[in-house]
Design a protein around this ligand. Structure first.
Ligand SMILES: [Zn+2]
Length: 400
């Protein structure tokens, strides 16, 4: 990343001189992400936890913004309706600016936030990139989405990227997304989704998590489960296209159709702590059919597919046309492989510890399973994880 100083910041509040003095002491720097110039507070690059003042910017979230550019490019490539991007919680506009600047033929990007300082910075960044398809809006997020909820006014891609849980915005974000459009959602309330307090997860997501080796997949399925719950109420169908997880966040990208979904997609993950068996089911179960132990249950949550194979392939095809992190390609290759695999995964380490042997290499594990007639693939959600339709007792037999 190349930084250079812009000198004294160009954004000066209109409020009062004390405010103004304080702002002048702070400095903005120009960074380049993808091919887009973005003004960000220098402190957000220097400090471990980026400050919320004058506007929040997380440099570590570049990978997620790279994936957004790939996903939106893939989604819009053969899209015949207006390419309109609505960003509900834009901050200083990093994602929105990149959408306006890096994806061809985007008609309009609207970056909304209640923080006018962030929006002023976004407007200065807009000038640096010499783009004209970029607007800002200073409004409460649901009022903003509400003004785009009428048929004919909706966005073709709508994004919510909050601090913490996104669930309180699901209704208004879904309503602001056109038929055949895309909704993308971030969740950063990892402690809630990982089961620190089951009660608070149930309150926010309608489902409960359990602690397992694949807790990140359960978290993503809880987010999608809650979206499905809200969408069902609105007679909307959601079709997940791509999901992604990194240290501090989850992201999900879904297609929105203005018709009720036909298939029941809400169910449970049933996990046995004793033998390690795991599966999805439409009803809760109490006793493990392999070892007779008491089972743990996560959900209700999304039990359908997380990835649309063709969409993941298309995202991969976009890579040479854009400037994105090298990791994207490897991750997307795994998404393609796992797209039609069963839910939940195992890790090489947990199998090794069960067998009291050193872990197999990923490709050897997958080959062993495939040679025995099972389906198997790595997973993008864990470098140590693999998906298979082989049950835990059969995996152990196979490796003994
Ligand atoms: Zn069991």
């Amino acid at each position: 990343m190349v930084f250079h100083f812009l000198g004294v910041l160009t954004v000066i509040g209109k409020k009062n001189s004390r405010d103004l003095l304080q702002r002048i002491e702070e400095k903005l720097v120009e960074i380049t992400e993808g091919t887009t110039k973005i003004l960000v507070p220098k402190k957000s690059l220097d400090e471990k936890v980026p400050p919320k003042e004058p506007a929040f910017f997380n440099p570590a979230a570049k990978l997620t913004r790279d994936f957004s550019i790939l996903a939106y490019s893939a989604f819009w490539e053969d899209f015949d309706k207006p390419k309109i991007f609505l960003d509900g919680l834009a901050g200083l506009g990093a994602r929105s600016l990149r959408v306006a600047n890096e994806i061809p033929d985007v008609e309009k990007v609207v970056a909304n936030d209640i923080n006018s300082d962030g929006l002023n910075i976004a407007q200065d960044s807009m000038k640096l990139n010499e783009i004209s398809n970029f607007d800002t809006s200073e409004n409460e997020i649901c009022h903003f989405f509400g003004s785009y909820s009428k048929k004919g006014k909706r966005g073709s891609i709508v994004d919510i990227d909050p601090f913490g849980s996104p669930t309180k915005y699901f209704d208004c974000a879904i309503r602001a997304t056109m038929h055949g459009g895309m909704l993308s959602v971030t969740a950063t309330d990892l402690q809630v989704l990982h089961g620190l307090s089951k009660r608070s997860c149930q309150r926010k997501y309608h489902g409960v998590p359990i602690k397992t080796e694949y807790s990140n997949e359960i978290a993503i399925r809880l987010i999608l489960g809650c979206l499905e719950f809200v969408a069902g109420r609105l007679e909307i169908q959601i079709i997940p296209q791509f999901v992604q997880h990194d240290m501090h966040y989850y992201r999900a990208y879904l297609k929105i159709l203005n018709k009720p979904g036909q298939k029941e997609q809400l169910g449970y993950i049933i996990h046995c702590k004793s033998c390690g068996s795991r599966k999805t089911a439409m009803k809760q179960e109490e006793v493990c059919e392999i070892c007779n132990s008491k089972l743990e249950v996560a959900g209700p949550l999304w039990v359908g597919q997380l990835f649309e194979k063709e969409f993941a392939m298309k995202m991969n095809e976009m890579i040479p046309k854009l400037v994105v992190d090298k990791r994207c390609e490897k991750i997307l290759e795994k998404c393609v492989l796992e797209s039609e695999m069963p839910p939940t995964y195992y890790t090489l380490d947990e199998i090794a510890s069960k067998m009291q042997k050193s872990p197999l290499k990923m490709k050897n594990m997958i080959k062993k399973l495939q040679d025995a007639g099972f389906v198997a693939s790595p997973t993008s959600l864990n470098p140590n994880g693999f998906r298979t339709d082989c049950s835990i007792d059969e995996i152990i037999k196979l490796l003994s």
